[in-house]
Design a protein around this ligand. Structure first.
Ligand SMILES: [Fe+2]
Length: 490
């Protein structure tokens, strides 16, 4: 009998959905600007089958990709599984074969050595391909229009690392997709790789080095000349995996680091500069730039662990106050003999899932958007919530003037990561829209909200009803129609 466990991760709003869908011309309140012509892709973790070990974290669900195609003021919706090797093996078996998150010791014998990736973290367009990404495995290639899965790529054998981050960045100057891998020689290894992939899909070069300790390396930033890697003490060990503890644990006794890697094919480990800082939680990055030797990196930072499901390594209780993330600015100057990065807070909003206008990646920029927890707003979700700590607000920061805006989605709702859409390819930075999924937690439904990007406080200009409940998603991206056209015509 198939029955999902009666635990919070699989009940209520989190009840499995597992729906592939094609719905044309979604119901819209308000007006979708007719010039909007492109697609919003996003991904949610969704277990194909009940978890092998009886319970599981959402991060271990299989990737389900949603696409919202905007054209002529209308929106079409398509949703498909990212059919990873894991998905196919389990689909054929009719049950879960892989065990706990990032723990191959818990897998069935018959799948030992197979790629465990779930492609559940990001849906990224580059060179006309859709990449469905999970940081523990290679990139999964899908068709950006049909959402058919083609399979994992090693870039014609040129990628020798085992993993490809879920947070690539496209350099707006070169068009290269910049990415990296960690645990690049296998589970728990401290090996790191940096990759650049040309707009034609050719892997141009790899750089290899070692991190000071094994850490969750979830995101990074690029500048014109450097790739920047925050290293935080979200770590693991074979002892943890043998005990089937959560893969990651947070170790406050270890320092954090910033690695500065020159973006050049000739770079070796010896060329990398390391800067130290106090133990902190640094997950996603906003953006970064360099002016000569002076490097600026903006990212949400918490003074302690922000992920309760990856607990403190010494079993200290989770603290939502020290686990709150604030947009911060780390700076270093490579011409100085510095050993530590400097850090300052940029906003007092509790914010994560930072987004900006992708056309200014690696450049000095002005505007950012965040998923914000506003504890001053009421939370009226039946059955309680985590003490009012709900991602209930879209936040906006103007880093030039310091001005901020917020849009609260109400007492029974939460939001998913926003995504910026430029008005046109050459529009000024920030001139465009924000698209964002909102979770209507009591109604168990989902909507897509569209805002004027620089005026989010005014509320959405359009509300698009999604006829299927989406689960909590992770990341998404916008692709102009031109970016996927070649495959559409093929
Ligand atoms: Fe992420």
């Amino acid at each position: 009998m198939t029955h999902f466990p009666e635990v919070p991760a699989f009940t209520g709003f989190n009840k499995p959905s597992r729906v592939e869908a094609d719905v044309q011309d979604l119901d819209v309140q308000g007006v979708i600007p007719p010039e909007l012509d492109g697609t919003f892709y996003r991904v949610q973790p969704e277990h194909q089958f009940p978890p092998k070990l009886g319970n599981d974290i959402a991060f271990n669900g299989d990737g389900m990709i949603s696409m919202f195609r905007f054209k002529h003021g209308k929106v079409d919706y398509r949703q498909r599984w990212a059919k990873t090797d894991k998905w196919k093996l389990e689909n054929a078996a009719g049950r879960a074969l892989f065990g706990a998150y990032r723990n191959p010791l818990t897998d069935d014998e018959e799948v030992k050595g197979k790629i465990r990736g779930t492609a559940n973290t990001n849906a990224y367009i580059h060179g006309g391909r859709l990449y469905a990404l999970k940081e523990d495995s290679p990139a999964l290639v899908m068709d950006p229009n049909s959402l058919e899965t083609f399979g994992y790529t090693d870039f014609d054998g040129k990628m020798t690392g085992e993993t490809f981050s879920a947070h690539p960045k496209t350099d707006p100057v070169t068009g290269n997709m910049c990415s990296f891998g960690y645990a690049s020689k296998g589970v728990l290894t401290t090996d790191m790789t940096y990759y650049e992939v040309s707009p034609e899909g050719e892997l141009l070069f790899e750089i290899w080095w070692q991190n000071p300790y094994y850490a969750m390396m979830h995101d990074f930033a690029i500048t014109q000349d450097y790739a920047l890697f925050p290293v935080m003490p979200m770590t693991s060990s074979w002892e943890r995996l043998e005990a089937v503890k959560p893969h990651f644990g947070f170790d406050t006794s270890m320092p954090s680091y910033l690695a500065v890697v020159p973006r050049k094919p000739v770079t070796t480990a010896a060329d990398i500069r390391w800067f130290k800082g106090p133990s902190c939680f640094a997950g996603h990055v906003m953006n970064a730039w360099n002016e000569g030797t002076k490097i600026t990196l903006d990212l949400p930072v918490a003074s302690n662990n922000m992920m309760p499901f990856f607990p403190d390594i010494n079993d200290a209780p989770f603290d939502p106050v020290t686990g709150s993330t604030y947009l911060s600015r780390w700076t270093v100057d490579l011409s100085q003999n510095e050993e530590e990065y400097r850090s300052e807070r940029l906003s007092n909003m509790i914010g994560e899932f930072p987004k900006y206008d992708d056309r200014v990646t690696g450049k000095k920029y002005r505007y950012g958007w965040l998923v914000v927890i506003d504890p001053s707003q009421p939370v009226e979700i039946k059955g309680g919530s985590a003490g009012g700590w709900v991602m209930n607000t879209l936040g906006f920061v103007d880093l030039e003037t310091g001005a901020e805006q917020k849009y609260w989605v109400g007492p029974v709702s939460s939001i998913q990561e926003p995504c910026f859409i430029p008005r046109s390819p050459d529009a000024a930075e920030g001139d465009g829209w924000i698209v964002m999924v909102v979770n209507r937690l009591e109604e168990r439904g989902s909507e897509l909200l569209l805002f004027d990007a620089l005026e989010i406080a005014k509320g959405p200009i359009a509300t698009i009803s999604i006829p299927v409940r989406l689960r909590f998603g992770l990341h998404g991206n916008w692709a102009d129609a031109a970016a996927t056209q070649s495959l559409e015509a093929a």
